[in-house]
Design a protein around this ligand. Sequence first.
Ligand SMILES: Cc1cc2nc3c(=O)[nH]c(=O)nc-3n(C[C@H](O)[C@H](O)[C@H](O)COP(=O)(O)O)c2cc1C
Length: 469
Amino acid sequence: MASLTVRKLDEDLKASLRLRAAKAGRSVEDEVRMILREATEGTVAAAVSPVRSTHQPHRSRAPEVKGLPRVTLIIGGGIAAYKALDLIRRLKERDIHVRCVMTRAAQQFVTPLTAGALADERCYTDLFDAQSEFDAGHIRLARDTDLIIVAPATADLMAKMAQGQADDLATAILLATNRQVLVAPAMNPLMWANAATKRNVAQLARDGVAFIGPNSGEMAEANEAGVGRMSEPTEIAIAADAMLRPPATGPLAGKKILITAGPTHEPIDPVRYIANRSSGKQGFAIAVSAAEAGAEVTLISGPVDLDDPAGVRVIRVESARDMLAEVERALPADIAIFAAAVADWRIANAGAQKIKKTSAGMPPLQLVENPDILATISKLKQNRPSLVIGFAAETQNLIENATSKLKRKGCDWIVANDVSPASGVMGGDRNTVHVLTLDKANVAVDSWPVMTKEEVADALVAKIADTTA
Ligand SMILES: Cc1cc2nc3c(=O)[nH]c(=O)nc-3n(C[C@H](O)[C@H](O)[C@H](O)COP(=O)(O)O)c2cc1C
């Protein structure tokens, strides 16, 4: 049996192996054994691609984190640096994107490799490193974030912050930022009680820096106890979460709103589908307005070419049946707005493989009815949102058809819009709507002038807020 010496592998491969091992919490040797086992069983998880030999995760920037709050975690050189590694995990558990920066002293306690592996992005350490400056740059590190956490904050780091020094990456970021800063001090009780530290802490508090801890308890040093222990990672993560996601204010604060948007795709075979011209713009605009009004918004969207709006939970689906399943999963909700253009029918005999052109002629495509999401949710006995709003896209007899839809489906309001090609509504940026509301057996029609889809969204959200106040 051949033997393999990890030390003799090339540097790039070793760096990749170290990264994989650190991520999995295994030794490099065990990681190699795991890769060999996976390769033998044909289940190898991810190719070991060579990386720059910086001993860093090869992805210098994290994957797209649209909508997630971002934290830059500055790790200072104290014994509690090992707790900062747990803090990375606690923040990520809360759907917070973490980017790490370490001081030179911090690297005596924990490695950038471990922090980078846990954060899933390289850890930045050096102000004058050309690669770091090219990847992110100290100014971007200071600004491309919603919150900077310093944990552990050493007495030294706080002194530098109070003085406005900027002679390394951590302090340069802290001086160049205009974001909120949360500091978690950790030091020996005598260092914490020292008049110089007290002055620095008071100065930083005056400068608007937020503090968490330190706690009182046993120190790492034998027979030492007192105030100076860094707050626990969970406490810091909770404080960060509260700073990043302050309690919502606005007329819809405390309300859960479920919104559907976009078309659905109904498969004909694995490569073809039936769709419609809905762009999703109106539903997305309503999600943005509702989130701005303080609501907790879940947006379930069919395939559209739109980015996730900030502060909105977005679930992407393909077909009408997928959409109904996600809608049901998102309940209970206070308000449901069904703006998606859900296909009425799907192909009953969708091909498992691509349907081939043959001399036998065109394949017969049979249609079956899709579930009616609006009617299903409107008629729920349990968990029915207290306000259910449907959209009616009509090309003729708009009010008449929308009135009959309102009565038939069991919803509370219908937003009717003319989607005939001449209106330019489907895919366009403007909309002319009529809001039909049911008051006992009477239907009231509120006709709005032509507006942008954002204006329609704002007006609809204002009407909802008035009604549900
Ligand atoms: C073993 C050891 C543990 C240390 N622990 C702490 C600590 O918990 N808090 C602190 O403020 N300084 C501590 N220091 C001192 C800092 O490492 C030192 O002030 C360093 O310059 C801080 O650098 P930084 O603020 O750039 O990270 C410790 C030093 C050593 C050698």
